[in-house]
Structures are given as C-alpha cells and as structure tokens.
Design a protein around this ligand. Sequence first.
Ligand code: TXA
Ligand code: MG
Length: 347
Amino acid sequence: MKAEIIKMTEDSIDKNSIQRAGELLKAGELVAFPTETVYGLGGNALNARASKKIYAAKGRPSDNPLIVHIADYEAIFDIVASIPKKAQLLAREFWPGPLTMILPKSAKVPLETTGGLGSVAVRFPSHKIARELIRAGGGYVAAPSANTSGRPSPTLASHVIEDLGEAIPMIIDGGQVGIGLESTIVDFTEEIPTVLRPGYISLEMLKSLLGEVILDRGLLKSNEPPKAPGMKYRHYAPKADLAIVEGDIPAVIAAINAYAARASMEGKQVGIIGTEETIGQYPTGIVKSIGSRKDEESIALHLYQVLREFDECRVSAIYSEAFYTPKMGQAIMNRLLKAAGHKVIKV
Ligand code: TXA
Ligand code: MG
C-alpha cells in the first residue's frame, strides 16, 4: 500500500480531503496527521480492530496503550467513568493543548485501545487539522506518535513517510509541528496527580494550578519501572552510540573535541550535537545545531529531527551537549537520556 500524501496548512484546511480522511477512519483505516506536539497515527479509538491495526503498522507491543484524541471537551464524558475536580481544572486551563490525562475508562473504550488497562489516556489537541480530522472521523481518534516503534517521533511529514509510507493509506502533511516533543501525561488514577511523561506543560505549571503534583518514580531513577507502559521501552534510540556530555559549556566543548579527535585518529566518524552558540567550536566530526540556548523551544523542536538526520549519516558515535533549560529542560532531557540509554559523561 502506498500512502496518499495530502498537503494543507492550519490556515487553509482542505475540507474535502479531511472528509475523505474521516471516512477512512470511520471504515477502520489509519490516517497519519499533524498535531501541535508530533505527528500521530490515527485510528478509530472505539473500534478494537482499528487499534490492532495501529499496533501492527507501528510494530508496537500490544501492552502499550494508545491515547484517545477528542475535538470537543464534552466528548470526554462518554469515554471516562469519572473525572476528578483537579482534572477538570487542568482541562479548563490547558485544553486544547499538549496535555494528556489518564482517567478511569468507560465501557465504551475497548481494552485493545488501552492495552488491557482499566484507565484511558485522553488528549484534546489544539492543532486545527487534528481537530477537524477527529470530528470528521467520528470524534474519538486513537493516535500514538506516527513513527515505527523504536524510532524518534516524527516532527515532519517526511519522517512519517519514511516510517509508514508503505503501511497506511493516507498521510496528511501539515508541515513542521509546533512543539516537537510528545504531550505531558498526568495520571489522575493515583491519589496525588502524577506526571508520567514530562512535556511542554511543565511540573511547575501543573503545581501552580493543582498544588501537589509528583513525578512518576520511574522517571527519576532509570532502574525503576515507569507507570506509563510506553516509557519503559528504549524509544528514540539512534543507530550510533549516543553519549551526553554534561558540565560547564567550555569544559563540555573541550571534552567532546577530545573524543572526536581520538575517534578520527582511529578512522571513525563522529557526530556532535551542539547549539547555534557552540557549533563553530567543534572542528572535527559532523556537527549539527539543535537550536539556540536563547530559545529553548527551538531545542525541543529539533531534537528528534537531529537524531533522525544522524541515522542517515555513517557515524559510529554521537556526543551531545546536555540541555537542562529552564522550562522544557526536563522534557528535553527525558527524551535525550532515553535515546542515550542514560549514558552520561560528567566533566
Ligand atoms: O503528543 C502526544 O501525546 C502524541 C500525539 C500524536 O498526540 N501521542 C503520543 O502517543 O505520544 P504515544 O502512543 O507515542 O505515547 C503514549 C504514551 C505511552 O507511553 C503509553 O504507555 C502512555 O502514553 N499511556 C497511554 N495510555 C495510558 C494509560 N491508560 N496508563 C498509563 N500510560 C498510558
Ligand atoms: Mg511514541
């Protein structure tokens, strides 16, 4: 199967194509589409067979539950058994937007969609194309990131085409996504709201609204199993060995240059992930800028793209600076540390 690629922008939505995409979803087929976080691989969330197709297309383990996307707040009441006050508060503040909430599921949601769990992940995205598609597809769209399992999440339609271009009937190309990292996941099935996956909406933002919010212990220690089943897999793993070099910037630059020089003496090619401010200071290796430290959102936006680009180069090792930026640093470093298998060199 070769996917039909349909181009549109949020400002000029092609209603006819959205209608056709919606019909595909209603018929149990899969459609990839842009959201404000990353591209999603959509299927009808209330159709067990569509969910199974999603797992098959991604090569994803079936114990890893899917997020159900809605396009109107009221739609949530049909798929959850209850919704605590604090979850309502978060929804009012951050929906539509890059926030996913875990709530007890209603009988309407098949266990195939929730990976066998009694809870369901719900997200109301802000991206206009996503919202139009969800409405056209019947209102409930299960959508994991539109990458094959184990690859970085897609931030451009070309990434989706690379991974799924032969596996699904339609891909909506809405250009580059806005954020570049997956949504923040907050679990409301625990007594204290718990962040299962950090994202654009930070722990501080959640705390300022809800009071006590904790981070899943699996996020803090790499040997503790995380609660979100998907977080236990070594996602986003580049083909080359990736190590993060952490410390004061001048020391980091010196250390990376020493590693690169040694590797090049051994005849090996090295990749380096730096920023606009530092790339000029790495004389050896293939050097890529992830963005600017003055604009942390640019770092989040380009992380997966840079990792994918290095998969195309024949490098045997990648050294990356660390990016503990003030707001999104927790989310950026969560993904980067996983990509590196938690390999950190402190200098
Ligand atoms: O930004 C996003 O959330 C993107 C876009 C497409 O919306 N979607 C996304 O889906 O990142 P996915 O499938 O790649 O990640 C979903 C994560 C997984 O780690 C999964 O284990 C967790 O959410 N999850 C889903 N339902 C859950 C549940 N009921 N309890 C705990 N974790 C859950
Ligand atoms: Mg994913």
